[in-house]
Design a protein around this ligand. Structure first.
Ligand SMILES: *Cc1c(COP(=O)(O)O)cnc(C)c1O
Length: 420
């Protein structure tokens, strides 16, 4: 069972709201650090220790990147602004993994300039990279196993995915890279998103270990690392369980001892690009109920919208909801919990059994610490909220202010357009 408690009591949250009006995302620093340490401990046996390149797209805030850097993480980037965020947070060189696709030349140039590890998405990107930025000494390629591996529900069938090289292309690709002067090699794959089954990751590691052996032998190169990508899921539903990282690590260790050591491929580093499992469960979207409406159904309207959290509207994703101060009451009302966008899929929950909600109640939406604020948008003139960090000493720090109409108008130069 996943723990769905909010780290602050109602009275404490009220005090935060006096300073920072709702809605806002609140991130729990102590819980994020605890989780990062458990992740590192589980993979402490890996040659060189665990490297997780935090997927910047999950929570692109330099304050958070700095926090994660202090826990030993690097950054996984796939755009120019993400590279700039990593650099500003003090993450550079090979602590950056540049796992992009359909990549513009300028972004390859910036990644090379920062000394990032470049993870190529396609065979045709080899001459493209050579022409635009030059081939680095250390290079990684992204494998798409196609029919050899089932994708999961969010990512879908790997054969439909736009990402990565086919198996045959990898042999060709590494041979070309070797001929072009590359000397150090990595192999990447990512075929799951929000996956909760530990075996899935063990099987992916086995697949990569076998492939590393074959590529090393046939191409005559030595691999430094395999990159298992991101995709470790989180228990959005209270009845789900978090992935047991020790179980994943033990399974991968057994595969390493069976497939890597006896073939003389040790030491091979094992790295990840997880975003969701690093910060997801430790973020909360704090809102206030502002309306209750009764028509063909019962609706509760919040002061937030899909602009603040898109996952429920976009994927029908479940996000748990707590009504502050009513945690002990029976869930004897059934509501659609909505935002204010003029789109009927702007609902945080549909037919959700909750305690009675009154306008003014503080409503907390769970698991918004990854792919939450980050996916925000401005459709319908909706503004993105603030982000707050609940620090280990209990104080709260504003790490991103809320947008204002002036931000929304910032790219327009139009006489008479005023922000008040
Ligand atoms: C999105 C993404 C990740 C992070 O995925 P999570 O589900 O947040 O762990 C890692 N690597 C790549 C290439 C991605 O596109």
């Amino acid at each position: 069972m996943a723990d769905k408690r909010v780290p602050l009591a109602k009275a404490e949250l009220e005090r935060v709201i006096e300073r920072y009006p709702t809605p806002f995302h609140l991130y729990d620093e102590a819980a994020i650090r605890r989780n990062a340490r458990a992740f590192a401990r589980a993979f402490a046996w890996v040659p060189g220790g665990l490297t997780n390149y935090f997927a910047v797209k999950a929570l692109p805030n330099p304050h958070m990147l700095e926090l994660l850097k202090s826990e030993g993480m690097g950054a996984d980037c796939s755009s120019l602004p993400e590279l700039l965020l990593a650099r500003a947070s003090g993450i550079d060189g090979e602590r950056i993994m540049f796992s992009s696709n359909d990549t513009p030349a300028a972004e390859f140039r910036k990644a090379r300039e920062l000394g990032a590890v470049i993870n190529l998405d396609d065979l045709s990107h080899i001459p493209f990279l050579e022409a635009s930025a030059g081939i680095p000494e250390l290079i990684c390629c992204r494998y798409n196993p196609g029919p050899l591996k089932e994708g999961n529900a969010i990512i879908g069938d790997p054969r439909e995915a736009k990402y990565g090289f086919t198996r045959e292309q990898l042999f060709d690709g590494y041979a070309r890279l070797k001929a072009l002067g590359a000397k150090r090699f990595g192999l990447h794959t990512m075929v799951a998103s929000n996956e909760l089954d530990p075996r899935y990751f063990v099987e992916t590691a086995e697949l990569l270990f076998d492939l590393v052996a074959e590529l090393s032998a046939r191409v005559g190169i030595r691999f430094e690392f395999v990159n298992l990508g991101g995709g470790i899921g989180i228990p959005y539903r209270p009845e789900q369980r978090a992935v047991d990282l020790d179980e994943v690590a033990l399974g991968i260790r057994a595969a390493y001892d069976e497939k890597i050591r006896p073939r003389g491929l040790h030491p091979l580093r094992i790295v990840w690009e997880c975003g969701r499992m690093v910060t997801g469960p430790y973020g909360y979207l704090v809102c206030r109920a502002i309306h209750r409406k009764s028509t063909y159904k019962e609706f509760v309207g919040l002061d937030a919208s899909m602009a603040n959290l898109m996952r429920p509207g976009m994927y029908g994703a479940y996000h748990h909801i707590t009504v502050m101060g009513k945690e002990g009451l029976p869930s004897d009302h059934r509501y659609d919990v909505t935002g204010s966008l003029c789109e009927n899929n702007d609902k945080f929950a549909v037919d959700r059994d909750l305690p009675r909600i009154d306008p003014g109640d503080i409503v907390v939406i769970h698991d918004t610490g990854a792919h939450g604020h980050a996916m925000g948008f401005n459709y319908n003139g909706k503004l993105r909220s603030a982000e707050l960090l609940l620090r280990e000493d209990g104080s709260v720090r504003l790490i991103r202010r809320a947008e204002t109409p002036a931000d929304y108008f910032a790219t327009l130069d139009y006489p008479g357009l005023r922000a008040d």
